[in-house]
Design a protein around this ligand. Sequence first.
Ligand code: S3P
Length: 431
Amino acid sequence: MKKTVSQATSLSGTVDLPADKSISHRAALLSALGEGSSRIAGFPEAADPQSTLSCLRQLGVDTEWREADGSLRIEGRGLDGLEAPDAPLDCGNSGTTMRLLAGILAGQPFESTLTGDASLRARPMERIAAPLRQMGAEVALTDGGAPLRISGTDRAGPLRPIEYELPVASAQVKSCVLLAGLFAEGETTVIEPVRARDHTERMLGLSVTTQDGARHITARGGVPPRTRPWSVPKDFSAAAFFLVAASIAPEGDLHLPGTGMNPSRNAFLDVLRAMGADIDAQHERTKGSEPRADLTVRPARLQGVQVGGPRIPNLIDEIPVLAVAGTCAEGRTEVRDAAELRVKETDRIAAMAKGLRALGATVAPFEDGLAVDGPQPLTGADVNSQGDHRVAMALAVAALAAEGRTTITGAEAAQVSFPGFWDELERVTGG
Ligand code: S3P
């Protein structure tokens, strides 16, 4: 699918954002392992969280969408109630589905296979296989990735608890090990030298201590997640596209109510403000385990910024749209220490460099990041999402600042996290 986006002079109104994707995956998985019924308000229609649901259904979990109150009901099966799937579990494009589910499947007394689309099959899975093997699971990869076969069948009894120091700052790896820890005999501790998003430990209510600057997160085996009604904030990562779009527009006033404000997720807000963005956060509140606020953003003159070090995992998904902000900012915007971008849904450094250059930007890609010089006059062109949802949406934001019209091929990729993106963009730009 192609989308054509024209230069915009104003963004105003209220954006209807999807519920947070990371939290929704976890709410579904934890509900499935709980004892009793759970409700998740506003569970997203986006393809990634729906992949988690369809895998859970294949594992015997009953789910029901209730139109009346827009919530999803999940019947928990407890820690030992999942059923062996009769076919490979298709995780679609979703790394979170595959890596978190792998932790749960490692603890099951049956064999299962996880697979996904071509992008997901190309992503590295040794990072989860290594700790799961240490815990006693059998994990067979295909060329270091999926399809991956997981078996607990040859093992008598539960998994072995481990203490595992993360070699890569990854919330997916952390969560995989902690979820496997629910099926281990005793306490499993993940040591996290650099803090990645912390939804799993918040939602499971795990104990977290800090030693020598590293977080130690401990899961106790045999304790099922508590069932409850989950209230999920709006997705900060989805909001990020509109925060930049409304900052670089000449006019407007845009509202993003109920946006997630978890500090392990929203470092991009601090970066944008450091660039000079005019973003107001009101009614900060915490519902359930996650903070949220109502954001208002207005146009501003942006300055270039340098970003690297331990903040990177807290804004990793926002770097494609940060590069777009860089094209409109005075001076150089440079991102370093972000080599993980090379192994996301696509190589996001290469994809953004290519797309922004096609629009006339000067971009220097590095192995671990990129630099953009601004402000640059952008001109509409044909660009490609490379099948990556965040690249599609970031290039759409760049298109709003480009003179004339930009055609984005592979625009359907936005379905993965934000199916309403194109409609919302059209509505708030009056396009
Ligand atoms: C996610 C963790 C991050 C992030 C991804 C979602 C999660 O990936 O990029 O979009 O929900 O745990 P890594 O764990 O690979 O850093």
